[in-house]
Design a protein around this ligand. Structure first.
Ligand code: SF4
Ligand code: SF4
Length: 215
């Protein structure tokens, strides 16, 4: 059904638009003066509408996943045992690990009996999913808070073990280490019900019956 068109009656001020224009300009000036005054406030984040990167750096959430690092334990030994679990869990297939056996006299350098002789991450392929961190049984690899990862050449985006260890040292010195992950509680499986076994005597009787039937 057609609806009748109701024509709105505009007042003189509506038709001139002057008051609305003044209202709009007032709002613009209000925001301009607010931001202008904020420019002179001391400290970082001076302009609320615009972060002055790189002078103003935002705080990073503790769960942020940035550049990887290989951790050392409290005795300064490499935690990584070169098991390759991280490489297997990586969906982008960007981790390469080669395992080596710890020789006599090297126990002070490595926490396990084996170590990663070679560890490479191709950061150009990494999608920062964090699966490697979750898969590591030793808590040896962590995605830190470093996000300024641009390089001039692709070769520099191939992080080797030395770079990953250096990332750890840097984060440690800057106090940017993540707190250790809490182990995920795993419920113990319910005890298996014992299989129902027929009493030996009953089983014997059944066999005897079957034997007489056949005869
Ligand atoms: S964060 Fe994800 S994609 Fe990157 S190395 Fe780890 S598992 Fe691979
Ligand atoms: S970082 Fe962890 S999962 Fe990867 S090789 Fe080392 S110990 Fe294994």
């Amino acid at each position: 059904m057609a609806r009748p068109v109701v024509k709105k009656e505009f007042s003189l001020s509506d038709r001139v638009y002057l008051i609305e224009i003044i209202k709009g300009l007032g709002l613009t000036w209000k925001h301009f003066l607010f931001n202008f005054r904020a420019c002179f406030r001391p400290g970082p984040h001076t302009v609320p509408t615009c972060w002055q990167y790189p002078e103003d750096l935002r705080e990073i959430a503790p769960i942020f996943r940035g550049a990887h690092m290989l951790l050392l334990d409290e005795k300064g030994r490499e935690k990584c045992v070169g098991c390759g679990m991280c490489a297997r869990a990586c969906p982008a297939k960007c981790i390469t690990v080669k395992r080596g056996k710890v020789q006599e006299g090297e126990e002070g350098k490595y926490a396990g009996k084996t170590y990663c002789a070679e560890f490479k991450i191709d950061m150009l392929r990494c999608i920062f999913c964090g699966f490697c961190e979750e898969a590591c049984p030793k808590g040896a690899i962590v995605l830190g808070q470093e996000y300024e990862l641009a390089e001039y050449t692709p070769e520099k985006c191939l992080y080797d073990k030395a770079r990953l260890l250096a990332n750890y040292e840097k984060a440690k010195s800057e106090g940017k280490l993540k707190p250790a992950r809490k182990p995920v509680p795993v419920e113990a499986p319910p005890p298996k019900a014992a299989p129902k076994s027929k009493p030996k005597a009953a089983a014997k009787k059944v066999k005897e019956k079957e034997g007489t039937k056949q005869a």
